[in-house]
Structure formats: structure tokens, C-alpha cells
Design a protein around this ligand. Sequence first.
Ligand code: ATP
Length: 204
Amino acid sequence: LPYCVGLTGGIGSGKTTAANLFRHLGVPVYIADDEAKKLIDTDPNIRENILLHFGSESYTSQGLNRPFMAREVFSNPEKLKVLNSLTHPAVKEHFKNWITAQKALFVIKEAAILFEAGTYNDCDFVISIVAPENIRIERVQKRSDLSVEEIKSRIARQWADKQRIQLSDYVVLNDGKHSLIKQILHIYEDIIRRTNPGSRPIYH
Ligand code: ATP
């Protein structure tokens, strides 16, 4: 079984960009949010359970009715807990099947809520991508029409970089000044070294 390396970071930190660099190095990458969304839209068991708990409005012919569900669970932590309990086991199972099928020393699991959901506990290593808040706000503004207030409120609902750093094996500072590629290469080499003792570095 390959080692599991969790990759996380706040909104606009550069998680997806970092995950893509690992992909270019030949590392299998699992984007947890995308896979979870696909499963929730298509898995008949999840669908049945959500319909049972949240009613017929929770699905459309396209899959989960996201605006409806967002209203349901927004500011209702109990309902959010229920929703998570209905989806997490299948998502976990899907990842387990995926990683078992990978032929690699390690894989990257990119997840926005790796810490918030506690799944960092299932990872052998954790990488956090961090960046100053003003840079993250700028990045998110460029690619979405969220207001600064909305972005700040999302940041406030996630873990702070300070907390993430404490539980991470690797921290990447993606502030646009420090080379992201160099940092990722360094981590790649280090993970290879730690998971495959006796190997020689590939990059110098
Ligand atoms: P989210 O949590 O919102 O999905 P994310 O953490 O996955 O965000 P990315 O999508 O990787 O972040 O990056 C956000 C934006 O910032 C993208 O448009 C990306 O191209 C840009 N970006 C990320 N890192 C850098 C960098 N080092 N230099 C320039 N642009 C960057």
C-alpha cells in the first residue's frame, strides 16, 4: 500500500496548484472534494440516506441540490453533522479502494478540510500550504465573484495557519516570493527518502 500524504491549506492558499506539481512529478493525486461531490451525486446509497433525512428537495435530476442543502446545514451544526455522517463512510471507502489500486511509493490526498474533518489522522504525512491572508483574498477575488467579506468569513470558519502548522510534517509558504516548485521538489525528495530508505535523491 502506498503511503498517504495529506495536502491541505486554507482557501486561496494554492492547494490545487501544489497538488498539480506533485502530479507532474508522477505522484498519484486524489482530490477529495471532487471525488466526494461525484460520489454524493451518483452513489445510490448516499442518495437514499440523504433523501430520507432531508426530504425530496435534497436531490434534483442532476444530483445533490446544493443550494438547498447549503441552506439546510448553514448555521445548523447538528444537520451538518448528520449530512457528514451520511457521506463520510462511503467517501472513506472510495479513497481506500483508490489508494489500494495505486502503484506508487506515496500518493497525495488533497483535502480542504483535512484538519477540520480529522482525516489528517489517517495520513502518514501532512503538508500544509500557507500564505498571508491578503494574498489569499486577492487570489480568490481574481477567480470568483465572492466579496472580500465573504472570503474573510470563509477564512474565519477554517482552521488558522498557525494551528495547521503545528500538526504538519511539511509547511509550504506560497506567498509568490518563495519558489513553490522548489519547495514541492524538496518535500517530494524528502518523502521518497523517508519512505524508501536507501534510495538516492533524484533531484540535486
Ligand atoms: P481553494 O481552496 O479556494 O480551492 P486552493 O488552495 O486550491 O484554493 P489554488 O486554486 O491552487 O488554491 O490557487 C488559487 C489561485 O491562486 C489560482 O488562480 C492559482 O493559479 C493562483 N496561485 C496559486 N499559487 C500561486 C503562485 N505561487 N503564484 C501565482 N499564482 C498562484
